[in-house]
Design a protein around this ligand. Structure first.
Ligand code: D5M
Ligand code: FE
Ligand code: ZN
Length: 677
């Protein structure tokens, strides 16, 4: 019965005790390990919990949704088989009760099957019929080819690896490593301590949050199996030996000016020990919006036109004949026959603002997204409404400050949305691109460019991920998240050492879904962290290259602009990007499509005007200069997916914009799309 736990564990899945007790009675009789894993994958989780277990049984028709599970509630009792050694028995555990109370039986490992020999032995061990069944199903099911199976590593090593990674995770001072997969595996000491002798044979067992002991019966580890897909281990670009890379002798000059992980966020405190959880949550949002208001207020006040600003709470005390200005967060916006009605809030109060149809700023009102911060100037009426005749967006100043020129031409490559692991990933084109970076060029002009490329920025969606949208599974060439990052790293290992890569996460990556995204989860994206010329950045981030600020954002905020502002579309993503820049926020709207984490500080405000804004996400190359800022969407390396076909998104894959760092403008676009069908 504990084979279930072990089988899951060896595939890097975890199971909670309640789920275990729900499932164990049906395991093998009514479902196989592979079926359960497949189900968990469709739910995009590595943790089999009670809910998932129930859903799974329901999906198999083994359970009606209304069935009562009271009988499965575990009780804190220990029942061990006579003869089990004390050190094992002493481990407290929760065991199921009622019908056929479950006993923990630990079979001794047959003599001769020692751990040390495991690696060799798995290949020659005849499989039991059950294992054959699993192996068979695994073959049919690409998702099953997780690292653990294909490497054929002993479970033991794999588990300890997971543990040490988790420990490293916990020690990390960075807040980005939040993971759902932090429980369920026992500590190393626990793990080792659970081993004992039985019948003179060293026996190892795992006890964790599962509530059961898991003997490690080495011979049951699935035999080594080769992946049915490539992770590009053998892809090695031959650098052009005769090529002169000018960038090698140009001094590297970069600074990460803003990274979410470098901001110390103070968690809000409840007032006293009786502070209810709900109150804390409200407080968190309150702090988040206060922070947004404060930051954008400062930006708006830099505009000399925004003068005579008063608190909303003081509106009723002012002289009704004079004009006033308020700055506030837009709670709501409504278009009526006569004009727009806004509800605007600051720290001191809330007021209704009316902007008439005949007003010169009327068109600007369309650009105001819910929850953005703007300023209104007008007259406050006794009826409690501010009749506005001016609307100010935070915006950027009209004129850009000149930057000192650079001694040498130096270039940066901007890419995003590589989507490694997707069947639509244009691998040939990407490989051609990597060869090109290594000096395999076709013209003198290309040679000049390639030789001076010193940086590469990758703005998220670096892999396709798992379970990101319905039906994605059918379009995965690499159905394993670990392998996807491994594959990407194998490709990026071919980027010449003198090119520094900045890599940030997007919504397909293994990272927090809510914005901002501090970083890639380290346990998944380790191969990226290990690349010696890569710098992992947050989403958003600001990189200063030779004195120029590059704001790098994955760009989900574009979705909100497209859905709220008429006439803005995915087809021309730079336009919604400009709207975000005008609002000085990368994703202003709460409760829309884009989830925002209510951190105590709003880290999505564009506090400083950058020289360049790079976004991705919408998979269409597009660029424009707005008030001296160069905005560019760096497109994708993924051809149109079935999902995108349905929602009419036409990507422009495998176009590579090259940026002249001195001007922070586009030097050229190199097109690799002929290698992308
Ligand atoms: O986003 C690729 C493109 O697909 C981008 O234009 C956004 C769009 N997209 C992504 N998810 C959705 C949903 N749920 N509805 C409509 N359009 C969507 P990527 O992040 O690479 O999948
Ligand atoms: Fe994408
Ligand atoms: Zn995306």
């Amino acid at each position: 019965m504990d084979e279930l736990v072990k089988g899951l564990l060896s595939n890097r899945y975890l199971i909670t005790p309640p789920a275990y007790f729900i499932l164990s009675e049906y395991y093998k009789k009514n479902f196989t390990l592979a079926e359960l894993i497949k189900f968990a994958r469709t739910k995009n989780t590595f943790v089999i919990d009670e809910r998932l277990a129930k859903e799974f049984l329901e999906s198999k028709g083994l359970l009606s949704p209304l069935e009562n599970f009271a009988k499965y509630i575990p009780k804190a009792s220990v029942e061990t088989k006579a003869g089990t050694s004390p050190s094992v028995a002493e481990v407290p555990m929760e065991v199921g009760t009622s019908e056929g109370s479950k006993e923990i039986s630990i079979e001794s490992v047959a003599a001769g099957k020692k751990t040390a020999e495991l690696g060799k032995m798995v290949e020659i061990q005849p499989q039991t019929s059950d294992q054959t069944e699993i192996a068979h199903e695994i073959q049919e099911l690409p998702s099953e080819k997780s690292t653990s199976i294909s490497t054929g590593e002993p479970v033991e090593n794999m588990v300890s690896e997971t543990i040490s990674e988790e420990i490293a995770e916990e020690e990390s001072p960075i807040g980005g490593g939040e993971s759902f997969i932090s429980t369920g595996v026992p500590s190393l000491e626990e793990y080792n301590g659970a081993g004992d002798e039985e019948n003179g044979v060293k026996m190892k067992a795992v006890y964790g949050d599962y509530g059961v002991l898991v003997p490690l019966e080495e011979e049951e580890i699935p035999a080594e199996e080769k992946r049915a897909y490539s992770i590009y281990e053998d892809f090695k670009v031959e650098p052009n030996e005769s090529f002169e890379f000018v960038a090698k002798r140009i001094k590297s000059e970069y600074e990460i000016k803003f990274d979410v992980r470098n901001v110390k966020l103070k968690p809000p405190k409840a007032k006293n020990a009786n502070g209810k959880e709900g109150e804390i949550v409200v407080k968190v949002y309150e702090n988040y919006f206060k922070s947004r208001l404060k930051k954008l207020r400062r930006i708006l006040r830099e505009n000399p036109e925004v003068s005579g600003v008063i608190d909303i709470g003081k509106l009723s005390y002012i002289n009704p004949d004079g004009e006033v200005t308020i700055i506030g967060l837009v709670n709501s916006k409504r278009e009526t026959k006569k004009g727009f009605i806004f509800e605007v809030e600051d720290m001191t109060g809330i007021v209704k603002v009316f902007l008439g149809r005949d007003n010169e700023d009327y068109k600007k009102a369309f650009e105001v997204l819910p929850d953005s911060v703007v300023a209104f100037r007008g007259y406050y009426s006794k009826r409690g409404i501010l009749f506005a005749n001016k609307l100010y967006l935070p915006d950027v100043p009209l004129y850009k400050r000149e930057k000192p020129s650079l001694e040498e031409k130096v270039y940066a490559v901007l890419i995003s949305d590589i989507h490694v692991g997707s069947t639509k990933f244009c691998e040939k084109a990407f490989m051609k691109f990597l060869e090109w970076l290594n000096g395999n060029v076709e013209s003198k002009e290309e040679e000049e460019i390639v030789s001076r490329i010193k940086y590469m920025i990758i703005a998220g969606d670096v892999v396709d991920g798992i379970g990101i949208y319905p039906g994605q599974y059918n379009e995965l060439a690499i159905p394993d998240i670990f392998d996807q990052y491994e594959a990407l790293a194998n490709l990026l290992a071919n980027v010449p050492d003198h090119i520094t890569m900045f890599i940030g996460p997007g919504n397909h990556d293994a990272a927090r879904t809510a914005l901002p995204q501090p970083e890639f989860y380290r346990e998944y994206a380790k191969p990226l962290y290990d690349l010696k010329n890569a710098v992992i950045i947050s989403n958003p981030a600001v990189i200063n290259l030779h004195g120029r600020d590059f704001l790098v954002v994955h760009g989900r905020g574009i979705e909100d602009v497209v859905s709220y502002i008429p006439g803005k579309s995915h087809l021309h993503p730079v336009e919604p990007m400009i709207e975000l820049l005008k609002l000085r926020h990368v994703a202003p709207t709460f409760g829309g499509k884009v989830p925002i984490a209510p951190d105590p500080e709003d880290l999505l405000v564009i506090e400083e005007v950058p020289d360049l804004v790079q976004m991705g996400h919408v998979h269409v190359l597009d660029y424009q200069i707005y008030r001296g800022v160069f905005l560019i969407n760096s497109a994708t390396w993924q051809a149109q997916t079935e999902f995108q076909k349905m929602v009419n998104i036409v990507p422009t894959p495998a176009r590579v914009p090259i940026i002249d760092i001195e001007t922070a403008r586009l030097k050229t676009v190199v097109d690799f799309s002929r290698w992308c069908e």
